[in-house]
Design a protein around this ligand. Sequence first.
Ligand SMILES: Nc1ncnc2c1ncn2[C@@H]1O[C@H](COP(=O)(O)OP(=O)(O)OP(=O)(O)O)[C@@H](O)[C@H]1O
Ligand SMILES: [Mg+2]
Length: 509
Amino acid sequence: MTESPTVAPVGPELLRVEGLVKKFPGVVALGGVSFDLHAGEVHVLLGENGAGKSTLIKCLAGVYQPDGGQVVVDGRRVSITTSARAEALGIATIHQEFNLVPQLSIAENVLLGRQPRKLGLVDKRRMYAEARVAMAWVGLDLDPRTPVAGLGVARQQLVEIAKALSLDARVLILDEPTAALTDAEVDRLLELMDELRAHGVGLIFISHHLDEIRRIGDRVTVLRDGNSVGTVPASTSTDELVRMMVGRSIEQQYPRERGDAGDELLRVEHLTSHGRFDDISLSVRAGEVVGIAGLVGAGRTEVLRAIFGADAYDAGSVAVRGKTLPRHDVQAAIGAGLGLVPEDRKAQGLVLGASVGENLGLVALGRATKRGIVNRRWLWQLAADTVDDLSIRTPNTQVLVKNLSGGNQQKVVMGKWLSADPAVLLLDEPTRGVDVGARVEIYQLVNKLTSSGRGVLMVSSDLPEVLGMCDRILVMAQGRIVGELTHQEATQDAVMALVVKDVEPTRVN
Ligand SMILES: Nc1ncnc2c1ncn2[C@@H]1O[C@H](COP(=O)(O)OP(=O)(O)OP(=O)(O)O)[C@@H](O)[C@H]1O
Ligand SMILES: [Mg+2]
């Protein structure tokens, strides 16, 4: 244990955790974690996927009861038995998984359980007015009556943040709030956090992005395998932080191994879906990683979904190895050798109530079935191998996916498609929420795919990732491809110049 070369915290102590323990069947999620939060401080929790970050904050939010240790708020030992108790203590939490009610409007979600009332009835006018204030803070420029169900991941995240802010908390906990946001939205959120800090709020911030941590953080407590390794200033070097996190240093962040491109595997021609994207043509060859860069809302996810047959389109064609696919037919796409790792893993990528093994075997089921008989042994072995290959942190393959940490769920989605052995894998934000070590593992899998003659088409908002891993980069803006760059030509500036060229200034910021 390295004890802190500490930076002096600014204000008085708001909250302290001492030797916190939380166990689940087969897992010690927290083995004795300690840290303290002061007023006017952004305290970062950093650690690999499954290190215990979300579990720790769930203990502070009244979701889980710890099995040992103590929580001290304002110098008094407390037990936070419910989320209402947490709120009463001034602790508001934005969880990694959304807690929104899809059927309700934005305003109803923001003020859930706290709607202003008049004569016993919800005072809708005041509710919309109050919601508008919270929405303005996060820059959510929509009608507060809009149902949450239709919003994309990024906007749902903003609703979550607005909800927590409207609680007026003294301690604000944010569990990977930036994972689904665009750069401009991240900037806005970090500014907001800065304002709150200036007002004496204490913030606990979880992120896998070291640049964000450095921009906004004051101190960092590193967790490893459920233990606090130490608390250090946020200015600590990347190498040192990574070493504390994973117990070793990482040689190369983007270990792309490029080879020669082979035969064309995927060809998309003039693909058009009115109002969503227009005249998209692209190809992916064996051994290639093709990236699609652009702002959220540029239509990238929609294009991937149409190629995969998950959505219909109006015109154009998709062919795999020269064979044209029927429109809107996922089974045909899978049969032809396509796989899609979707952006919204919870809604589209996983069966949360099923086990890790079952999820991993889902797409490979066809390959495991001969004359109507499923070879279960082969499937479980495949699942066990995938867990090893991807270092998925789980006691065994029988564990339900919903009990895995966020980043490990992402690896299961990835693993599911790898075990199906696709010719072309479509990846939508493949490393969102994935820790620095696991990212490199995912990149190595991408290398493995391409070196064995497969192709990858990848949408990512993480520009360094696109630049580091893709061989060719297509830039999309407002539903159209506005440019193509080879990896030699592609720089952050070159991509951004294409992205903003066509976009009205109001859309950029
Ligand atoms: N409800 C649960 N039941 C069983 N195991 C759980 C449960 N919740 C968490 N775990 C396990 O506890 C460990 C810590 O998980 P946690 O979600 O706290 O990790 P994390 O640090 O937030 O990771 P990530 O960066 O992936 O979000 C993991 O091994 C996870 O599988
Ligand atoms: Mg987590």
